[in-house]
Write a protein that binds this ligand. Structure first.
Ligand code: WT7
Length: 632
């Protein structure tokens, strides 16, 4: 794959041209650098109507053979994984490629002993410890489909995901360490599993020193099952289009959807994008601060770097514990060469000033990345000047859970960079801007709906258990295109700037929620008749959640009611989805046909009160006056 590494901007342009005029030949070339058990017959067949996309049909492989067997000959004793504990003084843990290989095989054999076989779904609900990476790869080794659930989601959310995926096993831990807090995870799993019928076993890793209860015959300790297993486990042969994993993400309607990614295409695309965007070289130490519970962690902590034979860093804690210098202390400690984080983290650290960054030696850094939400100009400059010392290129990676890998982004040090612009599409990616009527906007310096007109290897294949939903959510808004849900702008040179979601999706600190999802959670509270949720700009989180709620009687203690609603959201989704503001209203602004006019609520939440627009079509325009008057 090394000869596919782009080294100059004109090489990028050449590769790009070739990739869109001859996509099959281009991806044939990338794919042929991997280890396949059987070669493909068709590189690509697709239509966006059903939709159906198939890459490397007829080929078989195992993605973990491409991480291990393919790299072991030259990398056996190189570090694959460095794990930094929550407590700075606690011992770190490292795994060479060979050690990780054996650990993954032991876990895979343990899963097999529990009856897990190819195609079974395994739910992984673990903190950021090495066993999370090991469990993910162990599933892939035996062809089980992993569904990682971020360990901040509530029992209800976890149960929803377990049931939707019809998982047979949950892998979890007794608890987790996050900053100054220890939290139980096993209790959450117990509660979730009590609401499901499909779970046969719970595999429990000991992470904290707290006690947890074990249910006999169902629950098994990791340390009693895994370390005694054989260190060799043959890799299961997978079809290129067999599912590799499910990852749940929010959309504008209903409950979160299980985005399905498949083995061959996902492997090829994550490795290719990691190598190019981060200009990977032998000996590089890559640190992505995301949690493996999100797609960024899947693609750029686990699969992308390990497929390329890189060293990947995993961090258990948070950026501000025990102080705001923690990230930079870790960069210095491990001589990190590529660093990737989210704008929300950058903005929260900016608030602590430059001193915590200046204290550490960051001279090993070569490329720094930002991902997950639009980055504002101030944060971009702060990041480049203080972390990148004015010389490291900043790559702004735009992509989505559904795209599997980075789509529009700078290529570190090679393509031009412009603050707040993600930049040019990577080879193989064909973005278009569409207008209201679904027509392609051909000129530059225009804004439109960001869509893709052709498939790339790691495009979403389906939403688990409900293909119609996949079509409806991504392939129906504009016929013949994949619709991203984002609005974007193209500058005079064809560089893209992502403006943000134009659907009912809110991005809080890089975490995606549907307004309907949060409203449904709030409505579970018995005080509530109705609610409407909107996002509004927040200086650190990017966006925050504003909830307008209608209660069924006059409440005497609004503070109590507010707390009660927050509890409900915590129980239904998790603390990450809490509204920052809750306003009690006597009614919501609705049209005569009963549709909530969110546009007005959004303006109220933003404080843009002079531009509420036309309210004359409302059933009862007077509710708007009341809402404006009592705005928080
Ligand atoms: C949504 C996808 C990218 C993986 C992590 C988030 C927003 C993502 C950027 C960026 C502006 C961005 C978009 C997108 N987003 N990256 N670099 N600049 N916006 O994945 O949870 O599936 O969210 O995040 O709105 O649609 P996700």
């Amino acid at each position: 794959m090394k000869n596919l590494k782009i080294k100059t901007f004109s090489e990028y342009q050449k590769q790009y041209e070739f990739s869109v005029s001859n996509p099959e030949l281009f991806w044939d070339g990338v794919a042929s650098t991997f280890m396949w058990k059987k070669k493909w017959e068709n590189t690509l067949t697709w239509n966006f109507e059903e939709p159906r996309v198939s890459w490397f049909e007829g080929a078989t492989l195992n993605i973990t053979e491409n991480i291990f067997e393919r790299n072991l000959a030259t990398k056996k004793n190189d570090l694959a994984l460095i794990w930094e504990a929550n407590e700075p003084l606690a011992a770190n843990r490292t795994y060479t490629y060979e050690e990780l290989y054996h650990a993954v095989n032991q876990c895979a054999n343990g899963l097999k002993s529990l009856g897990v076989t190819k195609g079974d779904r395994v739910c992984i609900y673990l903190p950021m410890v090495p066993e999370l990476t090991i469990a993910v790869l162990a599933c892939a080794r035996i062809g089980a489909i992993h569904s990682v659930v971020f360990a901040g989601f509530s029992a209800t959310s976890l149960a929803d995901r377990i049931i939707d995926a019809d998982a047979r096993l949950v892998i979890t831990s007794d608890g987790l360490n996050r900053g100054a807090k220890q939290m139980s995870l096993k209790d959450v799993v117990d509660e979730a599993v009590a609401h499901t019928a499909c779970i046969q076993n719970v595999l429990v890793l000991k992470v904290t020193d707290t006690n947890c209860s074990m249910t006999e015959t169902r629950d098994i300790w990791w340390h009693e099952l895994i370390p005694s297993q054989d260190i060799i486990c043959p890799a299961t042969e997978m079809e290129s289009e067999d599912s590799l994993f499910i990852l749940y993400t929010s959309g504008s309607t209903g409950k979160p959807k299980g985005v399905v990614h498949t083995c061959g295409g996902y492997m090829v695309y994550t490795a290719y994008t990691f190598m190019n965007v981060y200009q990977y070289e032998e000996g590089d130490i890559h640190w992505c601060t995301a949690d493996i519970g999100w797609i960024t962690g899947h693609s750029y902590i686990v699969y992308g770097p390990l497929l390329c034979g890189a060293t990947t860093v995993m961090f258990e804690g948070i950026p501000t514990y025990p102080n705001a210098g923690r990230f930079w202390e870790i960069v210095e400690k491990y001589k990190v060469t590529q660093f990737l984080t989210a704008p929300t983290a950058i903005r929260s650290l900016m608030a602590f000033g430059e001193e915590p960054v200046q204290k550490y030696d960051l001279s090993t850094l070569k490329i720094i990345g930002t991902v997950g939400e639009p980055i504002n100009e101030e944060a971009w400059h702060w990041y480049q000047n203080n972390v990148g010392k004015g010389t490291c290129p900043v790559v702004d990676n735009w992509w989505q859970t559904e795209t599997g890998g980075i789509m529009i982004s700078g290529i570190g040090g090679i393509s031009p960079q412009k603050p707040t612009f993600a930049g040019y599409p990577l080879p193989g990616i064909q973005p278009v801007l569409l207008n209201q009527d679904g027509e392609e906007i051909l000129e530059n310096e225009q804004e439109g709906y960001l869509c893709m007109k052709a498939p790339w290897p790691s495009i979403i294949r389906t939403t688990y258990g409900n293909h119609a939903r996949c079509k409806e959510a991504y392939f129906s808004n504009f016929e013949g295109y994949y619709f991203t849900g984002d609005g974007a702008k193209r500058d005079e040179n064809g560089m893209y700037r992502i403006i943000g979601r134009i659907d009912d999706v809110i991005n809080v600190s890089g975490h995606r929620f549907g307004t309907a999802e949060i409203e449904n959670a709030i409505n579970q509270n018995e005080l509530i008749i109705e609610s409407a949720v909107v996002g509004y700009p927040h200086p650190i989180k990017g966006q925050s959640i504003y909830a307008f709620v209608v209660c069924d009687h006059t409440l005497s203690d609004l503070d109590d009611a507010r707390k009660d609603i927050l509890n409900t959201v915590t129980n239904e989704i998790g603390k990450i989805a809490l509204p920052e503001k809750i306003q009690f209203v006597s009614g919501l602004p609705k049209t005569r046909s009963g549709k909530i006019m969110r546009r007005i609520l959004r303006k109220v939440a933003e404080g843009d009160l002079d531009n509420l627009g036309d309210v004359s079509t409302l059933l009862d325009p007077s509710v708007v006056d009341e809402i404006v008057k009592n705005r928080i």
